[in-house]
Design a protein around this ligand. Structure first.
Ligand SMILES: [Zn+2]
Length: 132
């Protein structure tokens, strides 16, 4: 599929069980844009986690942790609306050994990407959420 917003290619992924409760959409999968990092819910995801490192090496090698981060990217620009969801997804990723702040920093530094959200700003808000 291609992204409706920027025309970039998307990567389909199944939503991990642990993340399902923390997403505003209850569909079983998402399509992550490989350019702007927007996520569109999908009814028909693949059964296996894809290799998120094809998007950026900011993603962890563990593709299930990558899928949790993809879910986080779906709500990261709606901090006010999805505060508890965002915090739960970030904690889930951290419990898998991911440094979420570092992940966002590395996405921001990746010149192949054009994130749809202000990474720096969201990073600071997320830091407050996690460590307040
Ligand atoms: Zn896009």
């Amino acid at each position: 599929m291609t992204c409706q917003h920027c025309g970039g290619e998307t990567l389909a992924f199944p939503v991990p069980e642990a993340a399902r409760d923390h997403l505003p959409d209850d569909r079983p999968g998402g399509e992550l844009c490989t350019t702007c990092l927007r996520v569109t819910p999908t009814d028909d995801p693949p059964s296996e986690y894809p290799d998120f490192q094809t998007i950026s090496d900011a993603f962890p090698r563990d593709s299930e942790a990558g899928a949790v981060l993809a879910c986080l990217l779906a709500v990261v620009d709606s901090v006010a609306l999805y505060r508890s969801e965002l915090s739960a997804l970030a904690r889930d990723a951290e419990s898998r050994g991911v440094d979420v702040m570092l992940f966002l920093d590395r996405l921001d530094a990746d010149e192949a990407l054009q994130p749809y959200f202000d990474v720096d700003r969201r990073n600071r808000q997320l830091e407050q959420l996690l460590y307040e």
